[in-house]
Design a protein around this ligand. Structure first.
Ligand SMILES: [Zn+2]
Ligand SMILES: [Zn+2]
Length: 503
């Protein structure tokens, strides 16, 4: 199915200039990972003298150290054959695990597709307390905080989108939107009908009211590529310039669905983005390109300064966006004047689901993104107002005590202005337990990204765990330990989080 279906494996090699065992290990890594493997293994070399924080964070005690998906697999000097064996064994077992994961991922995306269909046709509501439309604010903030984290995120989102395009509901919908697609065999006609169907997919609001975008137009069709412009795409309709394109998920979806309908290996790139100053988003989809690696380049490893600058830039964007969102929540000014700012949960769900299904270590990316938003995102004024309201007049005193902090978090989450985003339904906390003073539970019902998902034996709400961690640490002045103990993804009717003090 093409290399883009393969989930990423991340290999980090820690070295230094005066490490004598490093060069031979490095050349074996190149030998093993080079060639076919290089499409799905992301190799990063970290010099511990230049980057001591990274070495410390991962507890690197000797060199070289090889880490695959955040696990140390090799440390110190070793003979060449043992190095090769360790590398092959680890990578092969990951590849097998990935295959099983891919199958599970396919099943869960199909389930979500059925849900979506039933919800859109009015047969069933996924969120009984709130309905199945959600403000695009939480979706955009999730994306922004993900992008701010890691230069690898665009690739991850692209692959998540690709899976959705390949296995999700989209190709069935395109067939329904353009019935001739199901009948035609000629390659050239087929591509034309795909383009017609895509235009409808991103603009139709009667048959498919997901409100994923305002409108779309295919501007170029050739034998081996097409160009589509999408206006008001949910991921990019933010009316601020965040400094880079934000729609890798849609790019991946376009490539995946083209592959599934044309039987090709397609690659898509976003050539202009509304979140990057352009009037609309523009994607070029290449069919069976000769040099796929030149079209979508592997992200370069950035130096510390670049990473820092990129982050600061994103924090500014998150702040700017929060102001725009407030205007939108209160109906003062919409981000998408023609169709409004609500989207169907199905626009949101596959992102979380497919990131989560791709790889375990990606959970930590979702967690960190949520935590950043919890600490730096908007809504803190409201949080402080609630503290003031509970504490009476006088100056705001932070930090507050743990149990009070949890109660305030609950009040914050159910406050009408937070509630406007309709991200979650009922939020309840367990009463303080005198026998267990440092532990509380918080339950969240109808959380948008997971409502209606099947039992996958997997907790899915790492982003929310991160967000709650960040928000609560702002209140209590230390980072609590939060763990999702029940989730819709484990078959529970709501998500339940255990909150603990670290000490
Ligand atoms: Zn875009
Ligand atoms: Zn959950």
């Amino acid at each position: 199915m093409g290399n883009s279906t393969n989930p990423l494996i991340r290999l980090i090699m820690f070295t230094s200039e005066d490490c004598i065992y490093c060069p031979p290990v490095e050349s074996i890594v190149k030998e093993v990972v080079g060639g076919a493997m290089s499409d799905f293994i992301y190799v990063n070399t970290v010099d511990v003298d230049e980057n001591p924080e990274a070495a410390q964070r991962y507890n690197i005690s000797s060199l070289p150290t090889l880490m695959i998906n955040e696990q140390i697999v090799l440390q110190g000097g070793m003979d060449d054959d043992s190095i090769r064996e360790i590398l092959w064994n680890t990578l092969l077992s990951l590849a097998v695990a990935n295959k099983e994961r891919l199958e599970r991922s396919k099943q869960s995306l199909l389930h979500v597709a059925v849900n979506t269909w039933e919800s859109l046709t009015g047969e069933r509501m996924l969120r009984k307390t709130l309905g199945d439309f959600i403000h695009l604010g939480p979706y955009q903030l999730t994306l922004l905080s993900l992008y701010s984290l890691d230069p690898l995120v665009p690739s991850i989102l692209y692959q998540a989108g690709y899976q959705l395009g390949l296995f999700g509901l989209m190709h069935h919908l395109l067939n329904l939107l353009e019935p001739r697609l199901g009948m035609t065999i000629k390659r050239k006609n087929r591509l034309k009908f795909i383009c017609d169907a895509l235009e409808l997919y991103y603009s139709d609001r009667e048959f498919l009211p997901t409100y994923v975008a305002e409108s779309a137009e295919v501007t170029t069709i050739k034998d081996d590529l097409f160009v589509i412009q999408i206006e008001g795409l949910a991921s990019a309709a933010m009316k601020i310039d965040v400094g880079e394109p934000m729609c890798d998920f849609t790019a991946g979806t376009l490539a995946g669905v083209t592959d599934s309908l044309m039987g090709t290996q397609s690659i898509a790139v976003e050539t202009a983005c509304a979140a990057n100053g352009a009037p609309h988003c523009e994607f070029t989809v290449y069919l069976d390109p000769e040099n796929p690696n030149e079209i979508r380049k592997t992200p370069k490893v950035e130096d510390k300064l670049e990473i820092r600058e990129r982050r600061l830039n994103f924090y500014e964007s998150i702040h700017e966006l929060s102001i725009k969102l407030e205007d939108s929540y209160f109906m003062r000014k919409r981000l998408r004047p023609s169709i409004g700012d609500m989207v169907h949960v199905s626009v949101y769900q596959p992102i979380v689901l497919s990131i989560k299904m791709m790889d375990d270590y990606l959970s930590s990316i979702l967690f960190s993104a949520g935590r950043e938003l919890g600490i730096f995102g908007s809504g803190k004024t409201l949080l402080y107002d609630i503290v003031q309201g509970m504490e009476g007049e006088g100056e705001l005193q932070l930090p507050i005590e743990f149990n009070k902090g949890v109660d305030i978090l609950q009040k914050y989450m159910t406050h009408p202005t937070t509630y406007l985003a309709k991200e979650w339904g009922i939020v309840e906390t367990s009463p303080p337990d005198p026998d267990n003073p440092g532990v509380r539970y918080i339950s969240v019902g109808d959380y948008g990204p997971v409502s209606g998902v099947p039992d996958l034996n997997l907790t899915l709400c790492d982003f929310l765990v991160g967000f709650l961690t960040g928000r609560l640490s702002v209140l209590i002045g230390e980072e609590p330990l939060i763990r999702e103990v029940e989730c819709q993804g484990t078959g529970a009717p709501f998500c339940k989080f255990e909150i603990k003090l670290q000490r």
